[in-house]
Design a protein around this ligand. Structure first.
Ligand SMILES: [Zn+2]
Ligand SMILES: [Zn+2]
Length: 120
């Protein structure tokens, strides 16, 4: 018998009828698969309408917000975050070292999380 798995959302043990795997973080979480038994849900499952496949996600990933406007930085702001000069950051972006988007006007845009690859 392997060790009982614990739910990554509430940290309580999982049982065979309440166990599901999050496809985003790979963790296991509570998902009550038996409507005739009491159980708790620490995540959700739904059908992807394009692939018709079941998609599993824990509450931690469901509640992680997608990047908002506050997390979109222009070159000068992003350079301040990573501690580089704007020119050095533009060079890193052009060199493919950090994900970015360049607008038609030539403005560099960065997502805050992507800058972690430069500060690590
Ligand atoms: Zn749980
Ligand atoms: Zn997850």
């Amino acid at each position: 018998m392997p060790d009982a798995l614990t739910c990554l959302v509430c940290l309580e043990p999982l049982t065979a009828t309440t166990e599901a795997w999050c496809q985003q973080c790979g963790g296991s979480y509570h998902l009550n698969q038996r409507s005739d038994l009491p159980g708790k849900d620490c995540g959700d499952v739904w059908i992807n309408e394009e692939s018709m496949a079941l998609e599993f996600s824990c509450n931690r990933c469901i509640n992680t917000p997608a990047p908002g406007l506050d997390d979109i930085l222009d070159l000068a702001e992003a350079a301040g975050v990573v501690g580089l000069s704007p020119a050095a950051l533009a060079e890193a972006a052009d060199g493919g070292q950090v994900a970015h988007r360049k607008t038609g006007a030539g403005t560099y845009l960065f997502v805050r999380q992507d800058l972690d690859t430069l500060t690590r």
